[in-house]
Ligand binder design. Structure first.
Ligand code: 6PG
Length: 266
């Protein structure tokens, strides 16, 4: 059961947001290293990879704590579209173009867990989802059997309808209790065929961060943080299920007029 309220961090501009997001991600990295020597995270598509690259490719102060040690990172996708990895709609390609291809050699190379391209043409992306779940099992359940994987960090976006990952409002997938990865065949946001982490996996993560910027997010954020009106929206379900493990990184226009139960300090 979740405890506490999500933390809100709101910044006047994208530079300050990126600076604080960097510190947050590196704190998650350092805490993960002290527990198991690697950093296992999942990232979304949309605008997130660009912000993340701005945060992580900034100059380090030289200390190991302020340096992304990418060779010990395992990056999974919170959701992915059933398209070839070099397709313009691929989240793998987006992350590669924005971040991975720009990492200086001395920071090392992360292990990227991509979908299996052999199954992208299937009518039903279920096999793609099952294979991705097997990849997660190799990483999180190789030694012990676990009910759910515990990502060190999941980085999410929030759509204008309140969706997150490829979990859309009103969809039966929101009730999934057992699968770690699910198939979506009819996404309202194109392209229609996708795979996504399920809600129990997202809320089980050690830390979860949303990045939502721009005035276009203001109306949906009002609903998400209105405990009655928006309580069944996917992003609100993450807040409810994970409580104070959740941090929102926003800019001022995105939260203009939004009342939050708790403003966090960094
Ligand atoms: O691949 C995807 O479609 C995403 O993972 C999706 O969940 C995204 O994060 C939101 O739609 C927010 O997108 P923006 O950050 O671009 O608003």
């Amino acid at each position: 059961m979740a405890t506490g309220h999500p933390n809100l961090h709101s910044f006047p501009n994208s530079d300050e947001l990126a600076t604080q997001l960097r510190s947050y991600v590196l704190r998650c990295q350092n805490s993960a290293f002290s527990k198991h020597g690697t950093f296992r995270l999942a990232v979304s598509g949309g605008s997130l990879p660009t912000v993340l690259a701005k945060a992580l490719l900034a100059t380090s102060n030289g200390s190991p704590e302020d340096t992304p040690q990418f060779s010990k990172w395992h990056i999974f996708f919170a959701d992915e579209r059933a398209v070839p990895l070099n397709h313009v709609d691929s989240n793998y390609r987006l992350l590669n173009d924005e971040l991975v291809s720009k990492i200086p050699a001395e920071l090392g190379t992360p292990i990227i867990h991509a979908i299996d391209e052999k199954h992208i043409g299937d009518d039903d992306p279920q096999e793609l989802a099952d294979l991705y779940q097997e990849d997660l099992m190799r990483e999180f359940a190789a030694k012990d059997s676990v009910k759910l994987p515990a990502f060190d960090l999941i980085l999410l976006g929030c759509g204008p309808d309140g969706h997150t990952c490829s979990l859309f409002p009103g969809h039966a997938l929101l009730r999934e209790k057992d699968a770690w990865v699910a198939a979506e065949t009819n996404s309202p946001k194109p392209p229609p065929k996708r795979i996504t982490l399920t809600l129990p996996v997202v809320t089980h993560a050690i830390s979860i961060a949303f990045v939502a910027t721009g005035g276009g997010k203001k109306e949906i954020l009002k609903q998400i943080f209105d405990l009655e009106e928006g309580s069944s929206l996917p992003s609100a379900l993450v807040n409810q299920g994970a409580g104070d493990k959740v941090s929102w990184f926003t800019d001022h226009p995105a939260v203009d007029g939004v009342s939050f139960p708790r403003r966090g300090s960094l």
